[in-house]
Design a protein around this ligand. Structure first.
Ligand code: HEC
Length: 123
């Protein structure tokens, strides 16, 4: 029951587009997001988000440097979350940025991944 209320609260806040502080994300979602970042995202983006992962070399365009504060300021969380769930093509970016359809049912993990991407920019 508590989990359901928490889930509903998350959904309502997400719908309202409320700015999401990392500490409001359930710890389990943060842990899962960290694992996903390490096992999936870092392959291309690099552990520190510099775009220097082991699978990045042959990519064109390459994944950007996510530590770039200018880029961080130029995109909103909605963009980041859209690209994560629907893939690069959904935002006119490279299709090499694959969709992650398994995350569609896990909005709090997507939020945590977005917070992870933000943290790379020093936030
Ligand atoms: C197969 C390599 C690959 C993997 C794996 C990958 N990405 Fe990407 N990603 C890319 C590329 C390439 C781009 C840049 C596309 C472009 O600029 O056209 C990108 C773009 C992005 C962007 C948008 C950057 C922008 O310019 O707005 C975000 C956010 C992102 N990735 C997050 C993630 C996350 C989170 C994961 C793990 C769930 C992930 N990516 C996994 C290759 C990858």
């Amino acid at each position: 029951m508590r989990a359901r209320i928490l889930g509903m609260t998350i959904a309502v806040l997400a719908l309202a587009g409320t700015a999401w502080a990392a500490e409001n994300i359930p710890a389990a979602a943060v842990t899962e997001a960290d694992q996903i970042w390490t096992t999936r995202c870092a392959l291309c983006h690099g552990a520190g988000g510099k775009g220097d992962g082991p699978a990045a070399a042959p990519l064109n365009p390459k994944p950007r440097d996510m530590t770039d504060k200018k880029w961080q300021a130029s995109v909103d969380d909605k963009h980041i979350e859209l690209v994560i769930v629907k893939g690069g093509q959904a935002a006119n970016l490279s299709p090499m940025m694959a969709a992650n359809p398994d995350l569609e049912a896990k909005p709090e993990v997507v939020k945590a991944l977005c917070a992870k991407v933000r943290s790379l920019g020093g936030k």
